[in-house]
Design a protein around this ligand. Sequence first.
Ligand SMILES: NC(=O)C1=CN([C@@H]2O[C@H](COP(=O)(O)OP(=O)(O)OC[C@H]3O[C@@H](n4cnc5c(N)ncnc54)[C@H](O)[C@@H]3O)[C@@H](O)[C@H]2O)C=CC1
Ligand SMILES: O=C(CO)COP(=O)(O)O
Length: 333
Amino acid sequence: MTRCAVFGTGSWGTAFAMILADAGCEVVLWGRRPELAEAIDRTKTNPDYLPDLRLPDSVRATSDPAEALAGADFAVLVVPSQTLRANLAAWAPLIEPQTVLVSLMKGIELGTVKRMSEVIQEVAGVGPERVAVVSGPNLAPEIANRQPAASVVACVDESVAQRFQKACHTPYFRPYTNTDVVGCELGGAVKNVIGLAVGMADGMGLGDNTKATLITRGLAETTRLGLALGADPHTFAGLAGMGDLVATCSSPLSRNHTFGTNLGRGMTLDQTIAATKQTAEGVKSCESVLDLARRTGVEMPIVQAVVDVVHGGRPTQEVLAGLMARSAKAERR
Ligand SMILES: NC(=O)C1=CN([C@@H]2O[C@H](COP(=O)(O)OP(=O)(O)OC[C@H]3O[C@@H](n4cnc5c(N)ncnc54)[C@H](O)[C@@H]3O)[C@@H](O)[C@H]2O)C=CC1
Ligand SMILES: O=C(CO)COP(=O)(O)O
């Protein structure tokens, strides 16, 4: 039987543990708080993140990383992106040679501007053929209800992606394989930032033309960055690109979208942070994405606008007016 360790008992880690168990894997969830791990192990529910979900009996939970990793075929990493490096440094010595590391995270590391798969390779000392990523339109509360959804499993070694595809394929969760790790990770990280921008437009009371414009031009700047970094442009028309962008930018379940909506309604940054109980990756990753774009020589005006609001304290109205006042240009260049 395939053995999976899932590191992170937040909403996506918990829902993904359910997927893996439904697909027939033996699953151990690792949580950093012993009392929560013990409660999940005993009650098969996660009261803090998905209280209505009853996990399959085959899901166990522990706060001991060695216990989670023993004999694991896959170690699924799903902690907030900016905490990955420190967490993984502690787990790395316990990882066995057969274990493939799988990132479910959608962020870019601040300072290093590395994608999560790059951080994993560096910290765990493994090659790219032992690292896979999962990215797509996968809002955890919908998945927890076993609503139909699809996603992408990407690895430079397609046979590894196929093995994990099999490990997480259920009647309600349909994973596709891809070898474009760069494109899938950029799609996931940048859509959070565009989700913030669309949320702001929603909060300002703007309609569907504005939102469609932000989504489409947001995808254009994501694709531009991806091309500069060696991604396959077709990836951005797929589930990890347009698919996830549409889900995030349309759903009130998205934490990034909601964060943007609160700012657009006029809440201050401090009020918005206080109202946000879960991880909204775009709040930090907007800065690292912009940093990555600058270092790559790519223009990302919507990402810049989000940084100006979230970290520069500029009013949303003023930033939007600035975007509209940019010089006229051809749609494709
Ligand atoms: N929730 C969703 O619908 C989806 C989330 N993701 C991605 O999954 C990743 C994790 O997000 P969620 O599970 O949604 O977040 P969450 O906010 O629901 O949970 C975060 C988890 O990380 C833990 N945590 C916080 N700080 C930590 C630290 N320093 N060390 C170790 N653990 C820490 C929390 O206790 C919690 O268990 C993010 O990169 C997100 O973009 C991807 C697809 C869907
Ligand atoms: O990545 C997600 C859906 O695919 C979840 O989006 P949020 O992190 O904005 O909730």
